[in-house]
Design a protein around this ligand. Structure first.
Ligand SMILES: NC(=O)c1ccc[n+]([C@@H]2O[C@H](COP(=O)([O-])OP(=O)(O)OC[C@H]3O[C@@H](n4cnc5c(N)ncnc54)[C@H](OP(=O)(O)O)[C@@H]3O)[C@@H](O)[C@H]2O)c1
Length: 313
């Protein structure tokens, strides 16, 4: 039995991973800001995400730390939200580094959330950890997001610790049923007739099924040779048009109205979100996972969506 500490574990991925580790019989501790946050058979320990308190003791003797803390990026990027998006990632990462340094017996491995959005907007060049380009593109409106990702990873790298292996999980969009997962949003669009291509549909979408995310996290924990950035994305990114076609097929939708870029801009304004989440081309592939022998259970989008659509019934 391992002790796994999930920082920022009260959200979508926290629930997915807590359920996964609890089912395996591990001792799961979730660092939460509000004691009321619903937990699945895990112990909750309160922290504030930025200052060192007694909570650091749960890390002493723990096997694994997984940090998922970060305010949702599904919002308008005005000044206050920009500050919150950045601070809510950088400050928990920094204080967790300080906490680990206090431990007599620090966690063997620390997996810190990062994002596949760190890679350049790309239609033709698959981005793996070796040859992927880290750069923003004005057309994709991703200057802010790429800066956040770079700063987040830099703070993680700066946390210097001799006994803890560190992995930055560059996650693509995770498909699952939870609130904050994009799958229920896509499903709703498809079922209401709005499941056509978006902004021309040529942009690539990287994704990973939540079951493979859990399996990849296990893999990262077990493979001591894996440190540094690792892409957590299925090996087959697809275009937005293809993704929406497969969504329509899986959910029996006979048609799907396409949305032009200007329509998305208006919609994003009304829904208080940003079009970058839809228009940026994320062609991210799992170079290091595949090279180390990881096998995806859901390697294609149609297989992933068939499972998710099936488990709704
Ligand atoms: N879901 C995806 O598809 C995906 C893909 C790539 C990367 N990521 C990254 O993975 C992480 C987890 O994603 P998620 O989908 O689980 O997000 P989520 O459902 O929004 O959960 C975010 C978690 O971060 C905590 N948090 C927010 N602001 C915080 C702060 N200032 N200090 C400490 N904790 C704070 C929240 O705690 P409270 O309950 O206290 O607010 C919650 O536990 C995020 O950093 C996200 O950017 C997610």
């Amino acid at each position: 039995m391992k002790r796994v500490v999930l920082a920022g574990g009260s959200g979508f991925l926290g629930h997915v991973l807590a359920r996964h580790f609890v089912a395996k019989g591990d001792d799961v501790v979730v660092l939460i800001r509000r004691p009321s946050a619903g937990l699945v058979d895990a112990r909750g320990v309160t922290w504030d995400g930025h200052s060192l308190g007694n909570w650091w003791r749960v890390l002493d003797g723990a096997d694994v730390l997984i940090n998922l803390a970060g305010r949702s990026v599904d919002c308008r990027y005005h000044a206050r939200n920009r500050r919150d998006i950045l601070d809510s990632r950088v400050r928990p990462t920094r204080v967790l580094g300080e906490a680990i340094k206090r431990c007599a017996s620090p966690p063997r491995v620390w997996l810190n959330a990062s994002t596949a959005t760190i890679y350049k907007h790309s239609f033709d060049h698959p981005m793996d950890e070796m040859s992927g380009v880290i750069e923003a593109t004005p057309e994709a409106k991703d200057l802010f997001s790429v800066e956040v990702a770079k700063t987040w990873e830099r703070v993680f790298v700066e946390a210097d610790m001799p006994c803890t292996r560190k992995v930055a999980m560059r996650m693509a969009m995770v498909l699952g049923h939870g609130a904050n997962s994009v799958y229920p949003v896509l499903r709703r669009l498809v079922r209401t007739g709005w499941g056509g291509a978006m902004a021309g549909g040529k942009q690539f979408v990287s994704w990973i099924h939540n079951a493979d995310l859990c399996r990849a996290v296990d893999w990262l924990i077990d493979h001591d040779e894996l440190a540094g950035p690792v892409n957590l994305a299925a090996p087959a990114p697809l275009t937005n048009a293809e993704m929406m076609r497969l969504m329509r097929e899986a959910h029996g939708a006979l048609f799907g109205l396409p949305a032009a870029r200007w329509m998305l801009e208006v919609g994003a304004l009304l829904l208080r979100t940003e079009t970058e989440l839809l228009i940026k081309s994320r062609r991210v592939v799992p170079g290091r996972l595949l090279a180390s022998g990881f096998d995806f259970q859901f390697a294609t989008f149609d297989a992933a969506v068939a499972e998710l659509a099936g488990s709704f019934k």
